[in-house]
Design a protein around this ligand. Structure first.
Ligand SMILES: Cc1ncc(COP(=O)(O)O)c(C=O)c1O
Length: 390
């Protein structure tokens, strides 16, 4: 049996994914395939590292030692051919906090910041909650796949201060190609737009696609880029709240660093440090197996839904374990699709409209679960919507 086939009971662990259905929908028996964490075990070498540290009887104030930085540097070099230095790495308790304090540090109220919807919704609030102006470079669909509206981006970049890039993109599943990223880079360089590149899903690019680190395109690009990264999606350890910002430009880095220090966000927790080290030192083989498993789950989903619901449009999943499904064929509005899924299918997906303009009629399906659970979820979708499929 494949280790990823094991069904882990996560109920009763205060899991956002598994323990909130009762509170929200009044029914605990709803299959959760929404929030972006995986139903697989966090790898044993990560758990062992955390347990080993927990055995020491004192959990006092702790700094991140050399080995922590070396683990991140080694990972970026091995997995992403990106050479970084220790002093480029800043700690953040999460990528979402990092998006927020980077916006606070590098822009001023009223500044225009570009996002590309439909996109991970905390991108919107990281801008609007701080009085910055949200500018939407909405993605366009071409030949049933998502693309960037570069003409619009060129216009918007003339007055914008920052672009928050989702690379790879959640929820549309694109692994942006090098030429696409180069075009973004050219526009941003020309217009002096800072790029905040959220690369939290960078390790979960499905073959044959390849991840390109935006900051690694050229030294000039690196000088205007802030990269956000974390072991949390890759190794399923979001509950340990440990991530990084990687910034090569000293001036930009010092501004962001000062903001982190003023907000007192750089302490972190000892278990997050140990987990990060173990994951990035020992995680290669485990990750290779995970990516294979995810790729297979994506293919199974595509095959099954294409056969059973031929009118459903399934966008290609090039990266992440999140699939973007178009329920437009049902003729139902967003609220009805969601209600039908919850009440009739007993299945919880993320409503597409939460990801902003362009998300209407879509649902995001999280396939990071054992294949048998995935098949159950897919069956629920088909049973509920097969009569609409005409
Ligand atoms: C693009 C993106 N950024 C950030 C996060 C969450 O980051 P964190 O949990 O480190 O705040 C997610 C989680 O789904 C995500 O998809």
């Amino acid at each position: 049996m494949n280790a990823f086939d094991a069904i882990i009971d996560r109920k009763g662990t205060a899991s956002i994914k598994h323990d909130l259905a009762k509170t929200i929908f009044g029914n605990e028996n709803i299959l959760p395939m929404w929030v972006a964490d995986m139903d697989f075990e966090t790898p044993s070498f990560v758990r062992e590292a955390v347990i080993e540290r927990a055995k020491h009887p004192v959990y006092g104030y702790t700094f991140r030692d050399e080995s922590y930085y070396e683990a991140i540097i080694g990972w970026m070099k091995r997995r992403h051919q990106w050479e970084i230095s220790k002093d480029w790495i800043l700690f953040s308790p999460g990528v979402v906090p990092a998006l927020n304090f980077t916006v606070l540090a590098l822009t001023a109220p009223g500044d225009e910041i570009i996002v590309q919807s439909p996109v991970y919704f905390p991108f919107f609030t990281a801008i609007s909650d701080h009085g910055r102006k949200l500018v939407n470079n909405r993605l366009v669909v071409e030949n049933q796949t998502y693309a960037i509206d570069f003409d619009l981006l060129e216009e918007q970049a003339k007055t914008a201060k920052m672009l928050v890039l989702c690379n790879p993109h959640n929820p549309v599943g694109r692994s942006w190609t090098k030429p696409e990223l180069e075009r973004i880079a050219e526009i941003c360089l020309h217009n002096k737009v800072i790029v905040l590149s959220d690369e939290i899903h960078n390790d979960l690019v499905l073959p044959p696609h390849k991840h390109t680190v935006f900051a690694n395109l050229s030294p000039e690009i690196a000088a205007i880029t802030i990269t956000a990264h974390s072991p949390s999606k890759t190794f399923n350890l979001a509950g340990l709240a440990a991530s990084s910002l990687i910034i090569s430009d000293e001036k930009l880095r010092n501004i962001v660093k000062t903001k982190i220090q003023h907000l007192h966000l750089d302490m972190g927790n000892i278990f997050g440090f140990e987990a990060t080290k173990a994951a990035f030192i020992m995680g290669d083989e485990w990750l290779n197996d995970l990516v294979k498993y995810l790729k297979n789950n994506v293919m199974e989903t595509e095959m099954f839904l294409r056969e059973q619901l031929p009118h459903m449009l399934i966008y290609p999943t090039e990266a992440t374990y999140l699939m973007w499904l178009d329920f437009g064929f049902t003729g139902l509005d967003d609220k009805m699709i969601h209600e039908k899924l919850i009440n009739e299918a007993g299945l919880w997906l993320s409503p597409g409209k939460d990801f902003g303009s362009g998300g209407e009629g879509k649902m995001r399906l999280n396939v990071a679960c054992p294949l048998s659970v995935l098949r159950d979820g897919l069956q629920k979708i088909v049973m509920t919507f097969k009569n609409e499929n005409n």
